[in-house]
Design a protein. Structure first.
Length: 112
């Protein structure tokens, strides 16, 4: 059973659907190690006025990986939707960026 893109939301309900069953919370996490060379070039770029595009790309990639893992776990639980989706980002003591995605895995069906 595949999750539909419109069945993954930050809201507590999906428009036009009702929650038949809750499987509890599912989560996915991803991290990117600190890269001293990239960090040095970002700092130089920031000094001369360039936007840190590489940093944004790393952050977006880490967020996408955590979301993919969350969706895989939710599907494995038998869910076809995730409600209350949230992200938390943190930096570890080693400088690695960690992103956690979590939400309630649910079984949805069209509302009558």
């Amino acid at each position: 059973m595949a999750l539909a893109p419109d069945a993954v939301t930050t809201f507590e309900r999906v428009e036009g659907c009702r929650v038949v069953r809750s499987f509890g919370y599912a989560y996915g996490q991803a991290s990117r190690p600190r890269n001293v060379l990239k960090q040095t070039f970002r700092s130089i770029g920031a000094l001369i006025g360039l936007a840190p595009v590489e940093y944004l790309t790393d952050a977006e990639r880490t967020r996408a990986e955590s979301l993919e893992e969350l969706l895989r776990k939710a599907e494995g639980m038998g869910a076809n939707g995730v409600i209350g989706l949230q992200f938390q980002a943190s930096e570890g003591p080693d400088g690695a960026t960690r992103v956690l995605a979590f939400g309630e895995a649910v079984l949805l069906e069209p509302a009558p």
